[in-house]
Structure formats: structure tokens, C-alpha cells
Design a protein around this ligand. Structure first.
Ligand SMILES: Nc1ncnc2c1ncn2[C@@H]1O[C@H](COP(=O)(O)OP(=O)(O)OP(=O)(O)O)[C@@H](O)[C@H]1O
Ligand SMILES: [Zn+2]
Length: 683
């Protein structure tokens, strides 16, 4: 290829590299053109090579950061990936500044792994398998659904879209998905792309199937972490090039460049898994709202149990109302209604292996009728701990401030925090007593118990041990749908979004533990979980029932649950948060430090606090004292944190922009690591 004429005399490019530094790097690139901004480059860095993104081609009058003869040369990748567009730059720049993450890390994390490799594997042409299925006919909308669809269409879906955020608050089984599908249909008809975010991979197969059958022949790609690297790259490119018209994905898909984006939907918007917990700690839901604003398109956040932040935004309880609230009050299937919730008071009853007589009887009735039941216990493993009754020894993780969980199925003791595992000792390692016992109950034990009680029942356990991969989960879901299971035992994995028409009984065990948790978000999470899992019952013609075993039947959270009254529960929680000054009535940032010893971690935070206090003066940001984290030790590291809080988001952001560079200057032991988390969800 003949060298192209150079329109600029100084072929220097500025590059964002995936390094933990808040700066960019200049390179020589003899063949650089102004429109190469947004292309990827292969650049020498340190002793190796890295992939970066060109953020600027410098003109003659612009000053580089090094004299020309000191610059190294980089190779511009002129492959089949077009330059990343300006709106993608603005999106990643926003995330970099809002979450205080280096721009290079953000940009590169936003690309599929296949495009980040310096040695891209040879792409094999793979023909996507197309399952030909009978197209699904759209049901007639219920009046509530029709109203919701009309409201969003009025924001110009498929015609002249404009930024308009909606909360679609619809009770479980109210047919929120059908609303999304109608909106997608309108977007497609207007030549637009639609982006659908779901919290977990496990929810994608069902939805993907529904979308595919509704829109046969329309380009649809999924994007999630279980795709092979090649498939993810292929799907990402198809979306970027506009070949895919519907993109269905988990949180990372929010960064997909979409030339014709016309609609964003975030299903189960309350779900904590929209929050990335390492690297760039971002909330895909919040980024989605920013992106909708930036691109000027409508966004629908859907949930039966909205996050309290979103609920406040939609109801204007104590803050300016920013979202339009759309409500679905009835179940879509006219024959279905919300299941009655009964509390089983377990204080006055001797439980049989953790199960009350009423729950056992209800399970028996379902078995006789050939209906499905679900027993919920949000704790996997056989028992949360192994203990010696004679000397008090319990199985602890050596590396964490946590217990080792007994997994009887594969005969291991396992730490759910760091992955450490051990065989099961035959005798107490401390006193030699041979009579050591599992203490407490997990899903494996519940499964065993139920199998003993109901030998004829087909019992299926669904948790992260039995459904490790999407494939395993799909196999389980298929069995459930085919009616090949009588009793499901599962964790919150079973709570979300599933539609099993023959399921009529939900039994809840072990929920009390979360009632008095120290985390102030615990009630919100528990309520959502129970409402969601209870919502799996009675979604079709067969009436459902929810039984909750509890020692605290008078607790207001259970009362609200019995009333199916999310609004009242949310109002009381928001009231508490308002008087305590918690989000959404304040904005928070967490600075965390971890080190082999607690001392240096706390010392680092103390210095950070002093620097922050100087910056802030008597200003708008409140800096709390550094404290050890609730689970102080994890994977051999002691962890501490410092909370910064303000009633003004802009003030907090301005503070952060000045504070973060100071944090980088603090002298700390080499094994100390720290990070900032904006809008933290966990404490
Ligand atoms: N207009 C309609 N007429 C008849 N049935 C419908 C209609 N809309 C949805 N359904 C059916 O109602 C059931 C529940 O719908 P869907 O799964 O979309 O509810 P959802 O609001 O997403 O519930 P959840 O929040 O519990 O996941 C599904 O079986 C769906 O096919
Ligand atoms: Zn551990």
C-alpha cells in the first residue's frame, strides 16, 4: 500500500492505554490521519506491547509530552473495526471522571477481550446456528400494558426519540417483558437499535428465546461473559456495524457502540449485579441512564421491586422527580393473581429438620396435585459451618474472617469469599473428638432432608454449585419447564424473572437472618428477594401460595410483604433514610485500603482523611473516621474503609477530582492497595 500523503507535519498520536495511570501517552505514527481518532493501536510500553485507543492526532502546533526523538512508534490497527465514535468517547470519559477511573482502563475494559489482544487469535468464520421456530404471536395487551407502551412511545420511540427516563413498576407476573417487546418492535420499525440489559446471564436464555421468536429474522446478539472470546467480539462488531438491531446483554454491554441506538431497557433494574465490584466499579444501570441522556433516547427501567434510589426518582419522595412512573397493578394473565402470603410462626413449634409441619403439609398437597413447589434458602452448601461440640472448634477460613462452608456432595470445606478449600477432617483438629457436626442448614442439606421426607418426589437443587455455567442452568430450567421436577430447592438464583406456570407453592426458610443485619440496605434487599421469589408462585391459571417460616411474624417487613405493598415499604424505608441522611438523600464515596496488616491500611486512610479535610475546609463533604471493614480479613488481606458523604453530588464530584491525585501521592507500603468506589452498595 503506497504511503498516504500526510496532512499534518508531525505524525504524533495520543493514546489511552490500559494502565492504572490517569494519563495518556504519545507515540509516533508515520501513517496517522486525523480520522484515525478512535482506532486501536499496538504500542510498546515498558518491556512489552499493549493495545490502546487513539484519542487525538496531534497537529503541528500542539505540544506533545516528549520531544519527537524520544517518542516510540506505534502501529495503528487498520482492521475491520471502524474508529470508535465520538459518543463512545464521551461515554467512557464520563465514566472515567465520575468513577475516578483511569481513562485507558475504562476504554479498554469497554472493549471485548478479543480486541484488546496484542496477538489476536485467527478468527474462524463461524456460521451462527439459526434455530427456526414458529414465530410467537403477540398477545393482546392488558389495559395497563397498553397505557405504559403508549407513554413510552410518546417519547418518540421509532420516530423522533428524545431523552425520557421511565420506571416501569409492575408487580411480579404483570407482563413487563411484553411492554419491552412492543417498544422494541416500535424502535425496530423506525430503523433504530434497541439495547436490553438484564442482570444475569441466567436470565438471558429465556428472554433471548422470547425475543428471537417475536422478531424472527431480525439481527439479535447477546453479550455476556460466558460467550467465547471470538463470539463476543463477533457480536460486539455486529452491534457496532449496525447489523445487529437488538442487543441483549449483561452490564458490560452498556458500552457497546450502537450507531442507531433508539431505546434502552434495563430489566430488574434493582438487581445488585448491575454493579461491577472490581476494576472500574460502576453501576451499569446508572451509566445506562447517562447514555440515554447523552444519546437523547428513552430509557425504561423495569422492576417489581425497584431500588429505593430509582423509586425516589420516580415518586419524588424527598428529591426532585426525574423519572416518569408507569405502573402495572395486575398480573397479565387474567386468571392469575398475587399469591397470598402466610407467615408460619416457628417460635412455638418444634421444626422437623428445619421445616415446619405446615410447610411439609403444603408440599405434600402439591405433590398429590402434580404441581411444583419451590423452597427458598439463600445459603448454598450443606451447612454453613462444621463444629466440634466438645471443645468449641469451628471450621474457619485461614485467609478470611469467615467460616468454611461444608459441601458434603464433593466432601469439601470451602470458603465462599476467597475460594480456599480443604478436605473434611475425620475428627476435630483441635481436640481429636470424632463426633463433629454440621451446624445450620444450606441448600444441599435441605435437598437431602426433603428427599428423605418425600422419597417419591423429583427434587432439583438450583444454586451456584448446581448451575455453575449457563449451559447447566439451561438444562435445569428445561427440566423445570418440562415438569420433570416436583420440588425446587434454591437460592436467590431461582428468585429472579422466571416464569414457571405449574409452580404454585413457594416456601421461604432462613430469611430472618437478614432482618437484623447491620447493613442498612439489608431490608431493601430482603424485601426485594422475598417479593421476587414469592412472585414465582401462581403466575398462570393455578393459584399460588407463599409460606414464610419466621420467628418474627410481627416484623413490619413481613407485614408489608403480606400486603404486597411495595409502595408502603419503600415509603417507610425512604423516611428512615431521610432522617439518617443516607442515599438517596446523600451521595457517598468509599475509599478502601487493604494490606497484609490492619495498621498500615488504617494509617493510609488516616492520611487520606487529613488531606481531604484540608481540601474540604468547612466544606460540603463529610469525611468519616477510617474503620476496619465488617469482614475485616479476606484472602490474607486486612481491609479498612473511609466513607465520604455529601448532600450535593456536584460538590462531592469536585472534591473527588482534587482528592484522588492527593491519594496517589501518599507514601504507603508496597503491598497496600487502595481504590475508590463511587455510589457504593456494600459496606
Ligand atoms: N397481555 C398479555 N396477555 C396474556 N398473557 C400475558 C400478557 N402479557 C404477558 N403475559 C404472560 O404473563 C406472564 C408473565 O409475564 P412476564 O414474565 O413478562 O412478567 P414480568 O412482569 O416480567 O414478571 P416478573 O417481574 O415476575 O419477572 C407470562 O407468562 C406472559 O407470557
Ligand atoms: Zn477465605
Amino acid at each position: 500500500m503506497p504511503p498516504a500523503p500526510l496532512p499534518i507535519p508531525m505524525p504524533v498520536i495520543r493514546v489511552a492505554l490500559d494502565v492504572p495511570l490517569h494519563r495518556q501517552f504519545d507515540y509516533l505514527a508515520p501513517d496517522a490521519q486525523p480520522d484515525d481518532v478512535g482506532r486501536r493501536v499496538r504500542a510498546p510500553f515498558g518491556r512489552g506491547t499493549r493495545i490502546g485507543v487513539i484519542t487525538a492526532v496531534l497537529g503541528a502546533d500542539e505540544e506533545g509530552d516528549l520531544p519527537l526523538d524520544k517518542l516510540k512508534a506505534a502501529e495503528i490497527l487498520r482492521d475491520d473495526v471502524p474508529p470508535l465514535p465520538p459518543d463512545w468517547f464521551r461515554l467512557t470519559e464520563f465514566c472515567s471522571s465520575y468513577y475516578q477511573a483511569p481513562i485507558g482502563e475504562v476504554m479498554l475494559a469497554a472493549l471485548p477481550v478479543g480486541l484488546r489482544r496484542t496477538d489476536p487469535p485467527k478468527a474462524r468464520a463461524v456460521k451462527a446456528k439459526v434455530k427456526v421456530e414458529a414465530p410467537q404471536v403477540a398477545p393482546e395487551l392488558t389495559p395497563g400494558q397498553a397505557e405504559a407502551v403508549a407513554a413510552v412511545l410518546a417519547a418518540g420511540v421509532g420516530t423522533a426519540p428524545r431523552f425520557a427516563p421511565f420506571l416501569l413498576y409492575g408487580i411480579t407476573g404483570s407482563g413487563k417483558t411484553e411492554v419491552y417487546l412492543r417498544l422494541v418492535e416500535a424502535a425496530l420499525a423506525g430503523g433504530h437499535q434497541a439495547l436490553l440489559l438484564v442482570p444475569e446471564i441466567n436470565l438471558t436464555p429465556q428472554l433471548e428465546e422470547r425475543v428471537r421468536r417475536r422478531f424472527p429474522g431480525v439481527g439479535l446478539v447477546s453479550l455476556h461473559s460466558e460467550l467465547t472470546e471470538a463470539a463476543r467480539t463477533r457480536h460486539w462488531k455486529a452491534a457496532f456495524k449496525g447489523e445487529a438491531r437488538i442487543v441483549l446483554g449483561t452490564r458490560l454491554s452498556i458500552f457497546t457502540p450502537l450507531p442507531d441506538l433508539g431505546l434502552i431497557v434495563v430489566d430488574e433494574e434493582h438487581d445488585p449485579s448491575f454493579k461491577q465490584q472490581d476494576g472500574m466499579r460502576y453501576s451499569a444501570r446508572d451509566v445506562a441512564v447517562f447514555r440515554a441522556w447523552q444519546r437523547g433516547v428513552p430509557i425504561v427501567l423495569g422492576s417489581a421491586t425497584p431500588s429505593l434510589e430509582t423509586w425516589a426518582n420516580a415518586t419524588g419522595e424527598g428529591i426532585p422527580r426525574r423519572y416518569t412512573l408507569l405502573t402495572l397493578v395486575d398480573r397479565a394473565n387474567a386468571a392469575a393473581s398475587l399469591p397470598p402470603v402466610r407467615l408460619l410462626d416457628t417460635r412455638r413449634e418444634k421444626l422437623q429438620d428445619g421445616l415446619s409441619a405446615a410447610l411439609l403439609a403444603a408440599l405434600q398437597v402439591r405433590l398429590e396435585r402434580g404441581e411444583q413447589s419451590l423452597v427458598f434458602l439463600n445459603r448454598r452448601g450443606y451447612a454453613p459451618v462444621l463444629a466440634c461440640p466438645s471443645c468449641g472448634w469451628i471450621s474457619r477460613c485461614r485467609r478470611c474472617a469467615a467460616n468454611l462452608v461444608l459441601h458434603l456432595a464433593d466432601r469439601r470445606l470451602r470458603c465462599h469469599h476467597c475460594g480456599f478449600e480443604n478436605g473434611i477432617p475425620r475428627a476435630c483438629p483441635s481436640c481429636g473428638n470424632q463426633d463433629i457436626h454440621p451446624f445450620g442448614r444450606g441448600t444441599q442439606r435441605l435437598e437431602t432432608t426433603l428427599q428423605e421426607r418425600f422419597p417419591e418426589a423429583r427434587i432439583l437443587r438450583v444454586d451456584r454449585d448446581s448451575a455453575k455455567s449457563r449451559k447447566q442452568w439451561e438444562a435445569l430450567a428445561e427440566k423445570i419447564h418440562a415438569g420433570e421436577a416436583d420440588i425446587l430447592v434454591g437460592t436467590q438464583m431461582l428468585a429472579k424473572g422466571h416464569d414457571f406456570p405449574r409452580l404454585t407453592l413457594v416456601g421461604v426458610t432462613g430469611a430472618d437472618a437478614a432482618l437484623f443485619a447491620a447493613d442498612w440496605r439489608a431490608p431493601e434487599r430482603l424485601f426485594a428477594q422475598l417479593m421476587q421469589v414469592g412472585g414465582r408462585a401462581g403466575r398462570a391459571e393455578l393459584p399460588g401460595e407463599v409460606l414464610i417460616q419466621t420467628e418474627h411474624p410481627e416484623h413490619p417487613l413481613y407485614g408489608a410483604l403480606q400486603q404486597h405493598d411495595f409502595a408502603a415499604f419503600a415509603a417507610s424505608q425512604l423516611e428512615e433514610r431521610r432522617s439518617a441522611g443516607f442515599p438517596p438523600y446523600s451521595y457517598q464515596v468509599m475509599l478502601r485500603a487493604e494490606a497484609p496488616e490492619m495498621g498500615p491500611a488504617l494509617e493510609y486512610l488516616a492520611q487520606a482523611r487529613a488531606l481531604g479535610a484540608d481540601l474540604n475546609g468547612n466544606g460540603p463533604v463529610l469525611l468519616y473516621d477510617p474503620v476496619p471493614m465488617r469482614m475485616a480479613r479476606r484472602a490474607n488481606l486486612e481491609r479498612a474503609q473511609l466513607l465520604a458523604e455529601s448532600t450535593s453530588r456536584p460538590a462531592l464530584q469536585a472534591f473527588l477530582a482534587e482528592w484522588r491525585p492527593l491519594l496517589e501521592g501518599i507514601k504507603a507500603p508496597s503491598r497496600l492497595r487502595w481504590h475508590l468506589e463511587v455510589d457504593p452498595l456494600e459496606f
